[in-house]
Write a new protein. Sequence first.
Length: 367
Amino acid sequence: MRQVDGTECLTAGDSRSPSQLPQTVPAAIGRTVPPGYIHLGVAKEIVPTLRGFGVDPEPVIREAGLDPRLFDDAMSVIPFAALGRLYTLCVTRTACVHFGLLVGQRASILSLGLVGRLMQHSHTVGDALRALVSNLSTQDRAVVPALTSRDGTALLTFAAYQADSGSGTQILDAALGVTVNILRTLCGSSWNPTEVLLLRVAPPDAEPYRRHFRAPVRFNQEIAAIVLPARDLDIRVARADPMMRALLQERIQQLKSAQGSEFSDDIRRLLRTRLTSNHCSADDIAHLLTMHRRTLSRRLKGSGIGYRAITNEIRFEIARQLLTDTQVPFAQIAAALGYSEASAFTRAFRRWSGQTPTAWRTEGHHE
């Protein structure tokens, strides 16, 4: 356990139960975060990770366009475009392709601010993960989580929202790294996932991933996800405080009400995790938002963009990431994005980018 700015921070190796963690909620955690920005949160660990490589963090942070003093406070708000630049620079300076994983494994449940506090006071692990999915946007709008459960297996998926080429890999590695720490805080330090799926090319040395996750790791996947037994969702969170949970839920709801994000941005975030699961028609999204299909269209029209245009925008973003960060075959990418055949995907990608998927991948849009 260490202290930063008077607030205790749980280290990755801290195995105390949630009831033994700090119970107060610093006022600073209550700041809202606008679209395009994140609270520093997990990324605060970039500084000690750089120092671990003998690299002075300040020049690197400045080169990314950020003030190094922001990293004194996990609740500092920064543009996630700057975070992407910073991760890219960190990988270059350290020559470490799993830099994001090292950042994530240093972080903890308290790195997620109010959302982390709510998770530590949730009734069950499933409730905690659903709280993460529902509320992470108040803390971090660069990552979009989703939770699904089927046939005895639960899948906690993460998508990097509007990440630049290369930086999405690091952002997702960090998200998966800290989430496994969080699950070990909630379930016990001996907990391990069934397997971990990574949306990235296999690195020369996969041992850091196997060592942290303590589970089979599969690279070149269409999604980044933690796979766990569905029964683990029913694990009770030890000595969670219902009164604290209610207070935290109320505080987060107030933040969400004040957030004022654009409706089209909310739709983009929903599509980012659903486009590859074929549950993304306008009717599906309208049903998810408990509104009529015509209401969805009308509200999007007010934002100046149609549903099909947003869908194509997100398809292009996912396609770029899969072509850049993985070696997933084109036919598999086409199927993941809902195309009946690879040729239809190729035509669409050429329309979006002016290039074929083959040209895009071979021109070296890689880390």
